[in-house]
Design a protein around this ligand. Sequence first.
Ligand SMILES: Nc1ncnc2c1ncn2[C@@H]1O[C@H](COP(=O)(O)OP(=O)(O)OP(=O)(O)O)[C@@H](O)[C@H]1O
Ligand SMILES: [Mg+2]
Length: 337
Amino acid sequence: MDPGKIKEKLLKAVDSFPDKRILVIGDVMLDQFVWGEVSRISPEAPVPVVQVEKESFLLGGAANVANNLRSLDSNAALSGIIGDDGFGETVLSLCSEKAIDTSPLLIDRTRPTTLKTRIVARGQQVVRVDREDPTPLETDIADILKQGLEAALEECDAVIVSDYNKGVVCSMVMDFLINFSKQKEIPVLVDPKPVNASLYRGARVITPNLKEAQDITSLSAQGEAELEISARTMAESLELEIVLITRGAEGMALWQREKGLFTIPTMAREVFDVTGAGDTVISLMALGLVAGLSPCESAFLANLAAGIVVGKVGTATVTRQELGQAIEKAPIDSLHH
Ligand SMILES: Nc1ncnc2c1ncn2[C@@H]1O[C@H](COP(=O)(O)OP(=O)(O)OP(=O)(O)O)[C@@H](O)[C@H]1O
Ligand SMILES: [Mg+2]
């Protein structure tokens, strides 16, 4: 296909995002930022005293994937758990601001909302404080979660599993999710945690970063030949169709069962903050596939979008307008797969 035609196809796919609906299931988190000034050392211990000036909250973990999807104007539903506490309420109100459908999201009274607090002074993180209970879900909670999932799956075009090993992604939930999605022919894409790899058997797509790929396979994945072996090993042992290994500054490597490996160099011009780029990648991979793009075109779009978010400060997202402009400027001739 000539580059003009491919650009047209990509732009048309992006135009269709508002008609798509993606279900995100996984570990919902809240990121809290506390900004302040340090003017003295504590008399109680050799630590700085931070005088708080402002505080803010951002959706994290699975909720940040939903946030990415909404920023691209697609519909997003979020499943997982929050605690019966004020931070859980903050998650719900942030979701409501972004019009994320939280009807499949449950309150688990036995654990707190997962919270990551960063205390920042003079532009530097002083300390991070985590609150979480990563024990596996109780059977009764998993059962209610599955009921909510069943209803949500009836309406969605694809499912993204965002696993941070905090308890939601367990065999009770994943066995149900993967079987039900197979029946309904809904693609399942997984952003993995290596310890849980066996739970992803039968998913369509997995998007590990390089380190995660190495941990899942116990193989190194340095050059292209090794990346191909690593991806094939993962795909064969977990019965996956597509493996997308993200490689930070090196871009990404897409592996497909029929076509083997295809590497895509990074599109980033300036890099400010790479956190959350993985969430952007899996969001675009899902939207690209449900919009009718090939895996290769979807990965190209995901890489383009990741190149935009790493150029922004803070956990950032990308809009359809920004993506459209990037498509116009992109060197499409590299896309011949
Ligand atoms: N330093 C960088 N320079 C250019 N592009 C980058 C850089 N880091 C990340 N990217 C882009 O973002 C994509 C995903 O990044 P990465 O491989 O770091 O994922 P990740 O480790 O899952 O990220 P996350 O912190 O969100 O979990 C890469 O494939 C690339 O397109
Ligand atoms: Mg990641």
